[in-house]
Write a protein that binds this ligand. Structure first.
Ligand code: SAM
Length: 188
């Protein structure tokens, strides 16, 4: 299992970023996202997207995010600009994935407490420059899965985007892209 924990959430200010952590985790191959208690609105949004665009993907809200870290069985990977370069750690992470070990990625919002740095098996940086939890998660998952997540199949979706050079095409899964009856162009 690959899970992503969003640690910290300032209601209002972090709403979009927390939602985007969940959406990015889902789109780029994680199995589950875990949010803290203040992020239930983001959880609802990510569940809604999963209902429409497919899964499997789990969304969990916990009162005790730190317990998710301390109780985790398997590697805990804290993404931080102060950590070791992802390009030096990705081999270990892939070995854990291949071994079937559950991997927990932790991303912060504001300052992350030092006990997380100490508990983490890996503190990993995507460059040692300050940027974003969404960007660091995206690069890290892509490095972990080596691009295979880009070709993922989705189950139980009620809509599917058909890639187009220009324009937008969304169909119900199972419909062809022949423009037959029942398919609809929908702009979202
Ligand atoms: N300044 C905060 C600190 O010192 O921990 C971090 C704020 S940053 C906007 C929010 C999150 O983005 C961090 O907790 C970390 O997970 C992630 N992040 C930002 N830059 C990163 C980088 N270069 N590599 C990995 N993760 C990064």
């Amino acid at each position: 299992e690959v899970a992503v924990l969003r640690l910290g959430h300032r209601p209002g200010r972090d709403d979009r970023m927390t939602t985007h952590v969940g959406l990015t985790a889902r789109a780029l191959g994680a199995d589950r996202v875990v949010f803290g208690p203040k992020a239930s609105g983001s959880a609802d949004t990510v569940r809604d997207i999963t209902d429409r665009f497919g899964g499997p993907f789990e969304v969990e809200v916990t009162d005790a995010p730190k317990a998710t870290i301390s109780d985790w069985v398997g590697p805990v990977v804290h993404l931080t600009m102060y950590g070791l370069p992802i390009q030096d750690v990705q081999g270990d992470l892939r070995a854990s994935l291949d071994a079937g070990d559950p991997i927990l990625f932790v991303v912060g919002a504001e300052k992350v407490d030092f006990d997380v740095y100490e508990r983490a098996d890996y503190n990993v940086a995507v460059t040692n420059q300050p940027h974003s939890e969404v960007a660091s998660l995206a690069v890290t998952l892509d490095r972990l899965f080596d691009g295979a997540e880009l070709d993922r199949e989705w189950e139980d979706a009620d809509r599917e985007v058909i890639p187009k050079e220009t324009g937008k095409r969304v169909v119900e899964p199972g419909e062809s892209d022949e423009g037959g009856s029942g398919s609809a162009d929908r702009a979202e």
